[in-house]
Design a protein around this ligand. Sequence first.
Ligand SMILES: O=C(O)[C@@H](CO)OP(=O)(O)O
Length: 247
Amino acid sequence: MATLVLLRHGESDWNAKGLFTGWVDVSLSPAGEAEARRGGQLLLDAGLRPDVVHTSLLTRAIQTAELALGAADLRWLPVRRSWRLNERHYGALQGKNKAQTREEFGDEQFMLWRRSYDTPPPPIADDDEYSQVGDPRYALLPPELMPRTECLKDVVTRMLPYWYDQIVPDLAAGRTVLVVAHGNSLRALVKHLDGIDDDTIAGLNIPTGIPLQYDLDADFRPVTKGGLYLDPEAAKAAIEAVANQGR
Ligand SMILES: O=C(O)[C@@H](CO)OP(=O)(O)O
């Protein structure tokens, strides 16, 4: 049996301000830094010792991994990073206030953009201050793969190759794997793992900073659907808070 642990980054500065973030590279808030350390402590308390870590290319996930690993005395672990674990690109909504967007466009459109499986927000212009075109961290990304917006379906499509080609081989080698990523890239992975259908996934939210443990069978499918949050009570409250953002 293989063990996979998913960890969404701690609260970011833009989570705290209620802004759509996507690929904009914001840092953790002080509360998010504390969440990340606590995430590491939860790993330690549960006796979970990852052998390898995978993160996105975004600072908030990288900081979270460093702080959590520091708290668990595991700073030395090998880490690999990929744009394929990045947050969903939020298109022209990047930098916009969630509550104002909901007021301007109405509940239905807001939820369609935020949680529908296949409706992407309008694309971001290349000269928008929150565009990632020209960001050196994506210099090696073939231009045709550089998103200007994404729906969750697009995230599933670009994330799964990394799951199959990079994470599964680690699990198959008997390693306990920690993936530190984002609300929507982890929703994409959980959708795949738990076989959640395209409508039901709209209701699934991932809390910041609380490790989610999956024990996987020989086919790399969860032994228990939904996995196990290492602090289930805190996860429940935090999931509710994510669901209610913009209200
Ligand atoms: O803004 C974002 O990038 C994401 C995660 O913070 O937001 P949401 O939960 O609304 O998809």
